[in-house]
Design a protein around this ligand. Structure first.
Ligand code: NAD
Ligand code: MG
Length: 404
């Protein structure tokens, strides 16, 4: 193993951020926290700074900076402000590994900065790849960055493929004898609900995921199955395949994290307790394996593994995502922005759960798809979609159906 590696952790105060910090604390000789970012919870960010003493901490504005500086005045950590600073700590020559764990479109520019600088990137922020897939992957190829997925399913797929480095082209999987990717989904808290039963479910119910403890946005995405839709798009870009090479398999226990099916009839699966420290540790140490603090899987306790088809009628987001990927261009960016606006409105109790896919469909039907060949075009589409969707919110909230 080489000398200690410097880590930039974008989104340190979040759920993935916390899991990453836990692993770093287990391997102080191996990893050093170089830079962190946080958006709202300055007290939590101050605690992280006290424990890990990073060189830089990035916050969104001057008032957050003032707040943080007052809490860490005795430390050498330098507090930086704004989106530019996120990019600076992602591309800094000192940073060996960048963990992209900001939620949503806000994570795109710093993740791309890390890609352009040729870093090892541990990608949690799937929205970045969904928005800018072609551009992102072209940059990865150009810079030679090592893109390692830490979304548990994609990490599992990566582990089930033959060892061939981190770059995939459209021949990589067929020439390895891969027949299909089996992308598992827990089904979320509303698995088995009918269309009628979904009317009026609350944000509290939606964020109560049965197996995983995660941030609010991804928890709602898991409940609508949009998370699986975004992951389908993510897998298409990461492994250079089309949607028809991917089958979504609902697996309520979340023990099998995804599978790869081969021409000879073999199916390789990666199993483990549902704990994000496993894929994060894998990404940090790849191709080595390190302790992640995760308990061994007790198969006698698990006892049963179940598999079923996804219900794309009650949960239309999966089909919408497939459709967006096939449409191409800025369609996935439109879908992503519409979903972010809708999820925020649902969490604020302004729209119903079943109106989240309604908003996404509205956006795909009403906003013209452009070429996604420049960052400017993608960001302009993101902004335009948010504006249109925000004005559509009023219409949706007037037409809310109350639960019986
Ligand atoms: P979270 O809400 O717990 O944390 C999000 C982090 O992003 C926080 O540090 C927050 O301060 C920061 N942030 C939020 N808005 C920001 C903005 N506008 N600008 C800069 N920073 C901002 O989310 P999470 O569950 O840790 O998820 C993070 C990402 O990882 C998401 O893209 C999610 O889809 C993906 N992911 C999460 C899990 C999981 O188990 N939590 C699993 C797979 C993938
Ligand atoms: Mg996942």
């Amino acid at each position: 193993m080489s000398a200690s590696q410097n880590i930039t952790l974008l989104g340190a105060t979040g759920s993935i951020g916390g899991s990453t910090l836990d692993i770093l604390s287990r391997h102080p000789d191996r990893y050093r926290l170089f830079a962190v970012s946080g958006y709202r919870r300055m007290k939590a960010l101050a605690e992280i700074c006290h424990t890990f003493q990073p060189v830089y901490a990035v916050v969104p504005d001057d008032s957050a900076a003032e707040h943080l500086r007052s809490q860490i005045s005795e430390l050498k950590t330098e507090v930086l402000v704004g989106e530019d600073a996120l990019e600076r700590v992602a591309e800094a020559p000192e940073a060996d590994i960048v963990v992209a764990a900001i939620v949503g479109a806000a994570g795109l520019l710093p993740a791309l900065a890390a890609v352009k600088a040729g870093k090892r990137i541990l990608l949690a922020n799937k929205e970045a790849l969904v928005m800018s897939g072609q551009l992102f992957m072209d940059q990865v190829k150009r810079s030679g960055a090592e893109l390692l997925p830490i979304d548990s399913e994609h990490n599992a797929i990566f582990q089930c493929l033959p060892a061939q480095g981190t770059h995939f082209d459209d021949q990589s999987l067929p020439s390895s004898g891969v027949r299909q990717i089996l992308l598992t989904a827990s089904g979320g808290p509303f698995r088995g609900f009918s269309v009628d039963q979904l009317v009026g479910v609350t944000p509290e119910q939606a964020v109560a995921h049965p197996n995983w403890s995660m941030g609010q946005k991804i928890s709602v995405d898991s409940a609508t199955l949009m998370n699986k839709g975004l992951e389908l798009i993510e897998a298409c870009w990461l492994f250079s395949v089309q949607p028809d090479a991917i089958q979504v398999v609902v697996h309520p226990e979340s023990i099998v994290h995804s599978m790869v099916s081969y021409n000879d009839g073999s199916v390789m699966a990666q199993l483990g307790n549902p704990d994000m420290r496993t894929p994060i540790a894998y990404g940090l140490a790849w191709p080595e394996r390190i302790d992640a603090g995760v308990k061994s899987l007790d198969l006698f306790q698990v006892a049963q593994l179940n598999f079923e088809q996804a219900d794309e009628v009650a949960f239309p987001c999966l089909a919408l995502a497939r459709q967006a990927f096939i449409l191409g261009g800025t369609a996935p960016a439109i879908l992503n922005a519409a979903n972010e606006v809708a999820v925020e409105a649902f969490l604020a109790n302004h729209i119903n759960f079943e109106q989240i896919p309604e908003m996404c469909r509205y956006a795909l039907d009403h906003i013209s798809v452009e070429n996604a060949d420049s960052l400017e075009a993608i960001l302009a589409c993101d902004q335009k979609t948010r504006t249109i969707c925000r004005s559509h919110l009023e219409h949706l909230s007037m037409h809310r159906v109350k639960a019986q």
